[in-house]
Design a protein around this ligand. Structure first.
Ligand SMILES: *Cc1c(COP(=O)(O)O)cnc(C)c1O
Length: 427
């Protein structure tokens, strides 16, 4: 499969190059040249297939000949060795839990898939690459875990000092091996800026690549979730509405790709916190990117969602078409805490703040009689322990994945400036 740059359709690269580069040379996001719907019979019989078989059917056209089928199947097996359960919350609302992976956020799937693809491509080349990534919390842990021990790949993670939760920091700093964490004296935007500068700096010696959701190998596997949910809900014979807690809009964009592949989805709702660039755009037709505002659903604190251009492409950059398919609403921290309480009192379910924003998206959308609403639980509540504890007054049991990192020593290198980063990368 070939991918073109959304800034210039003439710039075209095969899957392998697009994964290795991350972004097109003109800084545009890559988009597949074609999207072929899956056979109807496959979707109608989805219960008969294992998750690995489903994932393989979905992803194979996007990889094409560049990874042999046998290897691709192995990669998928290593990517999704855990469950994606749909849990009923109320009569017509369920949640799709995406947090059963090693770092307990949905980003584990894309990070592992990307790591395994890069590892395969590196076997042929022997060249080392350095994955350089800035994180505001969850990305760092998922990428560190996904790439741990991957041959030929070094991972350097920049995170803002004092701005990530204790658990998130441990997930970045306790792994060792090919993972290095740099603790930046600054905020997330400073980390991001340093990473961008490094990508453009010709004096940097290692080959750099990025591992955030603009990378097609992180973005596309997220289509799997929507099919796994459908498999579990199909026997109810209801229309499905997904509500996706959205920040950079990679996850919801994968939902629209699933719909393009023929998955029966009535609507997708992008639920945001007060970082409301997209809800405002749908109201006014005016796209005004804004600096991000800090909230209790911090993985969605994005003022200029990178993947939104991909969603626009899916709807041929046609505003009215987009408005028919995408519903988007924003919610304050106060709304979010109220929703966490409501979910807990109605069904005894402990939602994390991101999932709670998704739940609110369904309420505002207004489900009809014949519809079932599914909000994505994008992280385990334990990752946002303080907010969960002081909102719900409950204790959250620490799962074994998290317990493992609690006992290890944090190791990180403090840096203050871009020169420090450059010195580290070139040393
Ligand atoms: C990254 C993240 C999101 C936002 O996903 P996007 O694909 O960036 O929209 C939502 N919730 C959690 C917990 C996350 O880590």
């Amino acid at each position: 499969m070939k991918y073109f740059s959304l800034s210039n359709n003439e710039i075209v690269f095969p899957f392998k190059e697009a994964v290795i580069k991350g972004l097109a040379p003109d800084r545009g996001l890559f988009f597949p040249e074609s999207i072929t719907p899956l056979p109807k019979a496959f979707i109608e019989n989805i219960e008969a297939y294992s998750n690995v078989d489903i994932a393989f059917e979905i992803i194979k056209q996007f990889v094409g000949e560049e990874i042999p089928e046998k290897v691709l199947k192995q990669i998928i097996e290593e990517t999704i060795p855990f469950d994606f359960p749909v849990i009923p919350i109320t009569e017509n609302v369920s949640t799709l839990e995406l947090f059963h992976g090693p770092t307990m956020a949905f980003k584990d799937v894309g990070a592992k898939f990307m790591a395994k693809c890069l590892e395969y491509f590196n076997e042929e080349s022997n060249e080392e690459v350095t994955v350089l990534v800035a994180t505001s919390g969850d990305t760092g842990g998922a990428v560190a875990n996904g790439f741990l021990g991957t041959k030929g790949v070094n991972v350097v993670i920049l995170y803002p000092s004092g701005k990530v939760s204790d658990i998130q920091e441990r997930q970045l700093t306790t792994l060792g091996q090919n993972i290095t964490a740099l603790e930046v004296d600054g905020v997330f935007d400073d980390c991001q800026e340093m990473v961008k500068t490094a990508f453009l700096d010709e004096e940097i010696k290692p080959n750099l690549t990025s591992a955030n959701s603009i990378n097609i190998a992180r973005w596309l596997p997220q289509m799997f979730y929507f099919f796994f949910a459908y498999k579990q809900l199909k026997s109810q014979h209801k229309e499905i509405v997904f509500s996706v807690p959205s920040g950079n809009f990679g996850n919801i964009c994968a939902g629209f790709m699933a719909q393009k592949l023929g998955l029966p989805v009535r609507h997708l709702v992008a639920a945001t916190n007060v970082n409301d660039t997209v809800p405002n755009f749908l109201k006014s037709g005016q796209y005004d990117a804004k600096p991000s505002i800090a909230t209790i659903s911090n993985a969605m604190d994005v003022g200029n969602p990178s993947n939104f251009v991909r969603i626009q492409q899916i709807f041929d950059n046609h505003f009215d078409k987009l408005k028919e398919h995408l519903f988007s609403y924003s919610f304050s921290d106060e709304d979010t805490r109220m929703a966490m309480k409501e979910i807990h009192s109605d069904s005894n379910y402990v939602a994390d703040p991101h999932g709670a924003v998704g739940y609110l998206g369904l309420k505002t959308y207004g489900l009809k009689e014949n519809q079932i609403g599914v909000f994505l639980e994008t992280a385990h509540p334990v990752k946002f322990l303080d907010v969960v504890k002081n909102t719900l007054n409950v204790d959250v049991e620490i799962p074994s994945q998290i317990q493992k990192v609690m006992d290890r020593e944090k190791e990180r290198i403090p840096i203050k400036s871009y020169e420090d980063l450059k010195g580290f990368l070139n040393s």
